[in-house]
Write a protein that binds this ligand. Structure first.
Ligand code: SAM
Length: 433
């Protein structure tokens, strides 16, 4: 079990980021967040791996995050749907907020998070509450996993996203959009996404409480994000922090029209719901001056949560059987399978199906079980239909383990997989030309 957890964390390091939101909410005075933290055995002042909270989070960031939490919760409630699909849930106290209001809650996240979080919530709830709560292991790029999660709801779903897009590559975002559209077409409902205007929200708050320091704060934040994520956010062209940082915060720009058009092309209609409401209250307002509060209120008047519904005019030709943007000549419906054999120092591996966050841990497990003495690795990917960043990470771990890097070989690379390797830069290590 401990090893399984370590494997999951190695494959999905972004899971750790969810704890920082929980710590922020606990520190802002949300008692249920403190109760979850206590159950997790995490000290409020520390984040995982002993990093001092003070080094990585500060007051303006906390204000921007509480703002997101409060505004999203209110927008979920206003949507009027009876089931909340929290995508990704992290370790959020939302599970209590919404079940107390009578809604059903489906918490969805990567295995590393759900394995930790589901038993904790189970230990904190009575039989009546448990009836309203479900958890599901998903990878947002994996349609089948999302469908299984959504099917836990009888009717339409309100899918809510805060703090996800920063961790996805452009290709993974495209898959997410497509998957969301398919889920909404089948179940009905809406998707609320706070991440489209992340940069605007942070900047609005930073300008209100940090004045001239806002630009430096933005630059520091972007650097922090980039270090937590596989995707290079500074050059990522579609979402979250796609504005160009040119030294000062004032030059942060974002092409929202282009972004909206991209969503539209994926079959999603956008409605913008403002963060601002006259009665907006944050716990952290207690620690702010009246001038700061007023400026925050004023600055967020133009910041929005994006609410998506399915465009009824949209026709998708290749929906049936699609399981990833990289679908190529390899049958995308092949089930995932790894076979490996170690003989005379040569590890031969063959991978079939989609290698993503849910399936990649199996490869890492088999690699670790093969033990010492691997001098060369041969990976047959001719039946691998798709590889996500989690899968690439495992291949890289295998590659790095070799004393002689020339002894790593991948065979049967499809055009689609080659494109992913080239876009992410992994081709430099994993492919030989
Ligand atoms: C910053 S946290 C936000 C969590 C939660 N919404 C909150 O506000 O506390 C980012 C979350 O995204 C999850 N995540 C990253 N990539 C994912 C993927 N491909 N599929 C599902 N979840 C993913 C991580 O496990 C992590 O829990």
């Amino acid at each position: 079990m401990e090893n399984e957890k370590a494997i999951n964390l190695e494959v999905n390091p972004s899971s750790n980021t969810a704890i920082t939101t929980l710590i922020m909410l606990a520190n802002a005075g949300y008692d249920q967040a403190s109760a979850i933290l206590e159950k997790m055995g995490v000290e409020k002042e520390k984040v995982f791996h002993g990093i001092d909270r003070k080094d990585m989070i500060n007051r303006p960031v906390d204000i921007a995050r509480e703002l997101r939490y409060v505004a999203l919760n209110r927008t979920i409630e206003e949507s009027g749907y009876q089931t909340l699909m929290d995508l990704p849930c992290g370790y959020t106290p939302k599970v209590f907020e919404f079940t107390e209001k009578g809604m059903r809650y489906i918490g969805c996240d990567l295995p590393a998070v759900i394995d930790d979080f589901a038993p904790i919530i189970d230990s904190m709830t009575d039989e009546e509450q448990k009836k309203k709560i479900d958890f599901a292991v998903v990878d947002v790029t994996n349609y089948e996993s999302l469908k299984a999660a959504a099917d836990k709801a009888d009717g339409p779903v309100c899918i809510a996203t805060e703090g996800l897009l920063a961790y996805l590559s452009s290709d993974e975002k495209q898959q997410l959009w497509r998957n969301i559209r398919r889920i909404l077409s089948e179940k009905g409902g809406c998707w609320l996404n706070t991440d489209a205007e992340t940069i605007r929200r942070y900047f609005a708050v930073f300008k209100a409480v940090a004045g001239d320091g806002a630009g430096d704060l933005m630059a520091g934040l972007i650097k922090g994000f980039s270090e937590q994520s596989d995707t290079d956010l500074r050059s990522n062209s579609s979402e979250v922090l796609s504005g160009q940082m040119k030294g000062t915060g004032e030059s942060v720009r974002m092409d929202y029209e282009k972004l909206e058009a991209a969503y539209h092309a994926a079959g999603l209609l956008v409605e913008k719901v403002p963060y601002y409401r006259e009665d907006l209250e944050l716990h952290l307002f207690n620690s702010m001056s009246p001038e700061e509060i007023e400026k925050v209120r004023e600055n967020i008047k133009h910041v929005n949560i994006w609410k998506f519904t399915v465009d009824p005019a949209y026709q998708e030709k290749e929906d049936a059987g699609f399981s990833g943007a990289a679908a190529g000549p390899v049958d995308p419906s092949l089930p995932f399978q790894v076979k490996s054999e170690l003989k005379d120092g040569v590890l031969s591996v063959s991978i079939q199906g989609r290698m993503d966050t849910i399936t990649a841990p199996e490869l890492l497990k088999q690699f670790q079980e093969a033990g010492e003495g691997i001098r060369s690795i041969h990976v047959d990917v001719s039946r691998m239909s798709y590889v996500s960043s989690a899968g690439l990470r495992v291949l890289l771990i295998m590659y790095k383990s070799l004393a002689d890097k020339d002894k790593f070989e991948m065979a049967g690379v499809s055009k689609a997989v080659r494109e992913i390797l080239e876009t992410t830069g992994f081709d430099q290590f994993l492919l030989k030309e």
